[in-house]
Ligand binder design. Structure first.
Ligand code: BGC
Length: 273
């Protein structure tokens, strides 16, 4: 059976911003939120083709969506992103802070620029977007017809918020940073009815990790790390995100939902130790 997006209308009338929504996991999440009834702002940072396609597919299903270019590591661009969402769709109810990059290198060869770019997009970008979202959630407060929460923030973390990753120290540091950023923010914003959580994907078949699955040999190696025996699909993450953004998960706050086919179960220990 083909994987599909959960189809119950969980988010009617809500507005969502998905950063990095033009490709991979972000594109699937944007489509999932749109299918769940949300109006979606699909953020992209370089080429608009992917984002426009996502927008079109939401419009084709009778939804509302628009694409907006912004580099999440730049304060003014993030403010313009939120300003546009609020102007066009009235407010923002959901932020999925998904934009992320890898710049892999052995540690001794890692350039300061590799380190900074990854931290800037993955961690500082999450800070800037979450701050704008929280400001809007607080300004507006709870609208009970739409949601029990004043707003929902979902960070895209990774299994590498807990699994160390040699030759990817910048990426692992950014995701470890997201973990305590998310929890600290959840602690701070709970009194305002703002829900804050993360999703930690394992190996999901997208452009970012193409080398890890594109040949049969690479895929066989990757599968040794995944007890459940398949590489993930973006829709696996989209379904989790729709649910985590909805009131179905209203009591879930300050936690990371691992969607990883068991990658965090230390599969090497199945036969060892
Ligand atoms: C990374 C992927 C990697 C996966 C599992 C993700 O966060 O972006 O490149 O395949 O973690 O290691």
């Amino acid at each position: 059976m083909e994987p599909s997006i959960a189809c119950r209308l969980l988010l009617p009338g809500q507005t969502a911003i998905v950063t990095g929504g033009g490709s991979g996991i972000g594109a699937s999440i944007a489509q999932g939120l749109g299918a769940a009834g949300a109006k979606v702002v699909v953020n992209y940072s370089r080429t608009n083709a992917g984002a426009e396609e996502v927008v079109q597919s939401i419009l084709d299903q009778g939804g509302q969506a628009l694409a907006f270019k912004a580099d999440v590591s730049r304060e003014e661009e993030v403010q313009a992103l939120f300003g546009t969402a609020i102007r066009e769709f009235g407010t923002v109810d959901i932020l999925v802070s998904n934009a992320g990059i890898q710049k892999d290198a052995p540690f001794l060869e890692m350039l300061l620029d590799d380190w900074q770019q990854v931290l800037n997009i993955n961690l500082t970008g999450s800070f800037l977007c979450a701050r704008e979202a929280a400001r809007e959630f607080l300004r507006r407060g709870v609208v009970p017809e739409r949601s029990r929460a004043a707003g929902k923030i979902i960070f895209m973390s990774s299994v590498h918020e807990v699994i160390p990753w040699s030759r990817h120290v910048n990426y692992a540091a950014s995701k470890g940073g997201i973990m305590l950023f998310m929890k600290s923010l959840a602690q701070e914003l709970a009194p305002y009815k703002i829900r804050v959580n993360s999703i930690a994907p394992g190996a999901i078949r997208t452009r970012i990790n193409r080398a890890a699955w594109e040949t049969p040999e690479a895929e066989a190696n990757l599968l040794k790390l995944i007890p459940y025996g398949r590489v993930g699909d973006p829709v696996d993450i989209a379904n989790a995100a729709v649910w985590l953004a909805s009131d179905e998960s209203d009591y879930i706050h300050g936690t990371t939902l691992f969607v990883d086919g068991g990658m965090t179960l230390y599969p090497a220990f199945a036969e060892g130790g």
